[in-house]
Every structure is written in structure tokens, then in C-alpha cells.
Design a protein around this ligand. Structure first.
Ligand SMILES: [Zn+2]
Length: 357
């Protein structure tokens, strides 16, 4: 098992690649690991195939850390967007849904999610969780937390039955409870009793203007992340799933979170939204004594700009092309432009994480 130096940021290799890059690009950047999406891999090519090939890391040609999610997030997003129906629903038994690509009815359970991940053979596995969606009532939210714990227990049993006692892997459980402090506490306590290696902060991003106890500027979102982190002993690894703004990550590291993943740097890169060092862009974002700028390279301002995206950056993008040329490539949706911008943003994130060490 690879043991990286925390904190780490893992880009999302959703369908089997970090969009617009190669795994060799990631090696050049120094990316310590990636997250891959279990259900997308299962639907696109099949975990049995990956098992036969020799595992997902061999398939990707990737030697660093690889973390798989449980597939639950994709299914719950589908149920949330389409509405629960006889074909798309989550019950205590599992998630029943119609695969949009194949049209086939599928069932994802805590046990089948572990089996799929076993076939993929990552370093870190995640148990199937039961997120709280939409405007659930308190009773519904409480029921979600209950099922989440039942599923975690079933997944752990399946994991032990599959791997035995010495897997050499890590298994993460997902703390749910939505915006409710007491439910988050209950979820954390129940999952801690089941003894997992990782504890993940789960659920929808909690960006709300409400500030509670600390009255901090960032408000509720930061307060909840701090609250949940403090419920987990420091002997456990803490993973703030989906927290992706560099300043939010800096806050989370301060309060104990160690692993991060998000599509933000890669998705934003493809829209020409670039993270640069302070003084290089148009807008500054800060957390304590750490600052960076945002540069929106598609803007008219950069049409004749011969400078690199970030004069302080040593990535392939900043050492080879001008802002003007990158602007052109992205404006015409040229994959080479997406690749260069993505390399830059991931390079920026990697150096940012090194500052937080
Ligand atoms: Zn760069």
C-alpha cells in the first residue's frame, strides 16, 4: 500500500482518465493519486474485464495511489434528478436504477459495490453510502443516517469476507447527516464503532449563508467540516470528499482533513478558468496568509497577451504557450488547449497542497 504524505489532492479519473490528460501528464505534475468512479468504469467496460486484465492500475498504467468511490453518488444523483420511481429508487435493500447508457435495470448494494471494487483492485475502497438528498424532513434524514450505518456494516462484512484479515487495502466509510450537527454526530459515532480505516465527509456541498457558532465568514460549510473532523480520532484518515476550492482545502487541512478530490481544477480548466499565483490574475482568493488569483483566460484582455498564464509556474503550459494562444485554443474547444489548461490547474493544485504540508 502506497503511503503518501498528507494532505493530498486527488483529481477525478471519472471514466478512466483525468479528462484531457494522460497518466504520464499526471506523473510529470507529481499527482500522488486519482479517484476513479466505480459505476462509470463498471458500465463502460465492466469490472470483470478489469479483473481479468490484472486490475485498474495495470489497465491505466498508473503506479501511484488509486481510490475508488462506491458508485452510490452517481446512482443517488440519478434518482434525485429523475425523481424516485419504480425503476429508480433507493431502499434498505439497495439502489435499483436504469443505466442510462445501456437501458438495463441494475441493482447496486453494499455487497455488490465491494465486489465491483474488489475486481478493480484499488488501494482504497469506499463503502456504499446513503446520502440525504433535496429537502428531506428530519424523519427522512434520520432514516437516511440509519440506513447509511446498516449499509456500512454490510459492506464491512462483505469486505472482510472477500479479502480476509490482511487485505493491504484501506476501507473508507462515509459520514452522513446533511446539515444537522446531531445527525452528523450520530453517523460518525455509529461508523466509528464499526472501525474503518478512513472516514469521509459525505453529502451535498453545504454552501449556505448561515453562520452558526463561530460566525465565520465562510459560514456553515466550514463550521460543519470542522465539527465532523473533530468527531474523528486523529489515528484515522480523514477524507473531505468533493471539497475543491483551494482556500476551502486550506481551511480543511487546518481542521484535520487529509484527502481531497474534486472536478473543479479539471472542469474549470476546460472553461479557461485558471488558478494562478497571487498577482498573476484578476481576482485574489485568500485563506489566512495563503493567497492565489483566478485568471479567466478567455477574456478579451488576453487577446494580445504574450505572457505565460502564470510567470511563476513551471508547468508545460506556462513554459511553452502564451495566454493569447491558450485563449484561442480554448475558445475553439481545441483538445490541446484543454490539455494544457488542465495540466496547469493540476500543477497549481499540487504545489498548493505542498504548501499546506
Ligand atoms: Zn502553469
Amino acid at each position: 500500500m502506497i503511503k503518501p504524505k498528507f494532505p493530498i489532492f486527488l483529481p477525478d479519473a471519472t471514466y478512466g482518465s483525468v479528462k484531457s490528460t494522460t497518466f504520464n501528464d499526471l506523473k510529470e505534475i507529481g499527482t500522488p493519486g486519482v479517484v476513479t468512479t466505480t459505476l462509470h468504469i463498471e458500465n463502460a467496460i465492466g469490472s470483470e474485464y478489469i479483473k481479468e486484465f490484472g486490475g485498474i492500475k495495470k489497465f491505466f498504467g498508473w503506479e501511484n495511489l488509486l481510490l475508488t468511490d462506491s458508485g452510490g453518488w452517481q446512482v443517488f444523483s440519478l434518482i434525485n434528478s429523475k425523481g424516485a420511481s419504480s425503476k429508480n429508487k433507493a431502499t434498505e435493500a439497495g439502489c435499483s436504477f436504469v443505466d442510462e447508457k445501456t437501458g438495463k435495470q441494475r441493482l447496486l448494494t453494499p455487497e455488490s459495490s465491494i465486489q465491483i471494487q474488489y475486481n478493480l483492485d484499488p488501494d482504497i475502497l469506499t463503502v456504499l453510502d446513503f446520502p440525504i438528498l433535496g429537502n428531506a424532513t428530519f424523519a427522512q434524514r434520520k432514516e437516511c443516517v440509519r440506513i447509511n450505518t446498516v449499509w456500512a456494516k454490510r459492506a464491512k462484512t462483505a469486505y472482510v469476507n472477500t479479502y480476509g484479515d490482511s487485505s493491504g487495502k484501506l476501507l473508507g466509510a462515509v459520514i452522513q447527516g446533511g446539515n444537522d450537527f446531531e445527525l452528523r454526530k450520530q453517523s460518525a459515532q455509529e461508523l466509528l464503532e464499526l472501525d474503518f480505516d478512513l472516514y469521509n465527509f459525505g453529502g451535498l456541498p453545504l454552501h449556505t449563508p448561515i453562520t452558526w457558532k463561530t460566525k465565520s465568514e465562510e459560514g456553515f460549510y466550514h463550521e460543519m467540516l470542522q465539527y465532523v473532523s473533530e468527531l474523528i480520532p486523529s489515528s484515522k484518515t480523514k477524507y473531505a470528499m468533493g471539497v475543491g476550492q483551494p482556500t476551502d482545502i486550506a481551511f480543511c487541512v487546518d481542521v484535520g482533513w487529509q484527502i481531497f478530490d474534486s472536478v473543479l481544477p479539471t472542469r474549470n480548466a476546460r472553461h479557461g478558468y485558471l488558478y494562478v499565483s497571487e498577482g498573476q490574475g484578476e481576482e485574489t482568493k485568500s485563506y489566512k496568509n495563503l493567497s492565489h488569483d483566478i485568471l479567466r483566460v478567455k477574456k478579451e484582455d488576453y487577446k494580445f497577451d504574450e505572457k505565460p498564464v502564470d510567470a511563476n509556474c513551471k508547468c508545460e503550459c506556462c513554459t511553452t504557450v502564451s495566454r493569447a494562444y491558450l485563449r484561442h485554443l480554448i475558445r475553439i474547444n481545441e483538445p490541446a488547449g484543454f490539455r494544457l489548461a488542465t495540466i496547469h490547474n493540476l500543477w497549481f493544485y499540487q504545489r498548493w497542497m505542498e504548501k499546506l504540508n
